[in-house]
Ligand binder design. Structure first.
Ligand SMILES: Nc1ncnc2c1ncn2[C@@H]1O[C@H](COP(=O)(O)OP(=O)(O)OP(=O)(O)O)[C@@H](O)[C@H]1O
Length: 303
């Protein structure tokens, strides 16, 4: 099945956690969101995938009531996202991770958990996110990775119904990323909901039950991860050759002298065809590409 272009016809079982209809956001003359229609359904792990500047953070901030839409309708649990009763059902990573520097890690967690009706203990949050060793450390003395882990722990410590994570694993080492993924999966396995933004298809693949792809302020595709991979899962194949033979699954091609760079959605098929073409090629390289590079290749290819 192909990923659908989004109209979001089936809202799934239960009332949506978030509903966005025709949401536009202007920052002065910059149109960050150009008419977003989106439902977040209860119990799903929705990944918002998109390149730099696509509008992911803006969309999340509007869902959270931290920013106002210029136009359109936004509902969180059927109400106004700025209503404090909605906010008590939500956890989120703080935006710019500016913690009060004089407070210790445990104190920040205690402060945030105190707002929620059924929070986890600060100890439990620290154990889950690998913060026990720095429990008594002032936040101003944390490393970048520790600050990010604290930010994510703060999203979960209130034991809310839905958690919003804005690029939660950027800058984390492999082990921290894994433990964050585990905690997120466990949370969703209890029937709760997560919305996360990411640049990494790999992260969406590890976690998401559904993906929406945002580009230039619009939802350009939505579906399961395998469906989305078929759209944006591009690889780069580079080689030197006297000429370019006919190759399958080509998204776009660049030539510099006798070096060809070919973007493809199926590098295995492409390399097999290259080998059997009889063209004498050299210095073959196959590389995964960033989402940004994939979007550029796809956009060029469609021209
Ligand atoms: N406060 C602001 N004032 C002016 N323009 C802004 C502001 N915040 C975001 N923008 C612009 O709005 C667009 C969308 O930005 P946004 O941060 O939502 O994208 P993003 O998908 O989260 O990007 P990234 O992955 O790089 O974080 C970008 O062009 C950005 O420069």
């Amino acid at each position: 099945m192909d990923a659908r272009l989004v109209g979001d016809e089936d809202a799934g079982v239960g009332s949506p956690v978030v509903t966005m209809r025709g949401v536009r956001k202007l920052y002065g003359s910059v149109e960050a969101l150009r008419g977003i229609d989106l439902d977040v359904r209860p119990g799903e792990l929705l990944a918002m995938l998109g390149p730099n500047g696509a509008g992911k953070t803006t969309a999340i901030n509007i869902m959270l009531g931290l920013r106002r839409a210029t136009e359109g309708e936004v509902r969180l649990f059927g109400g106004d996202p700025r209503d404090w009763r909605c906010r008590l059902r939500v956890g989120a990573t703080p935006q710019n991770i500016g913690f009060p520097g004089e407070l210790k890690v445990r104190e920040v967690l205690e402060l945030v958990r105190a707002h929620y009706p059924r929070p986890m203990t600060a100890e439990e949050a620290m154990a889950r996110f690998g913060l026990e060793d720095v429990a008594g450390r002032r936040t101003s003395a944390l490393s970048g990775g520790q600050r990010r882990r604290l930010a994510v722990a703060l999203a979960f410590v209130g034991n809310p119904e839905v958690v919003f994570l804005d690029e939660p694993t950027t800058g984390l080492d492999v082990e921290s990323r894994r433990s964050l993924w585990d905690a997120t999966r466990e949370f969703v396995s209890q029937g709760r909901t997560v919305v996360l933004t990411t640049h990494y298809l790999e992260e969406a693949e590890a976690l998401a039950t559904r993906v929406v792809v945002i580009n230039e302020g619009k939802v350009v595709a939505e579906g399961r991860v395998d469906e989305i991979k078929a759209i944006v899962g591009v690889r780069r194949v580079r080689f030197e050759a006297p000429s370019l033979p006919a190759l399958p699954e080509v998204v776009s091609v660049h030539q510099e002298g006798c070096t060809y760079t070919v973007y493809t959605k199926d590098s295995d098929a492409l390399v097999r065809a290259l080998v059997t073409s009889g063209v004498s090629f050299a210095n073959l390289e196959v590389l995964a590409v960033s989402l940004e590079e994939a979007f550029i290749a796809i956009t060029e290819g469609s021209r």
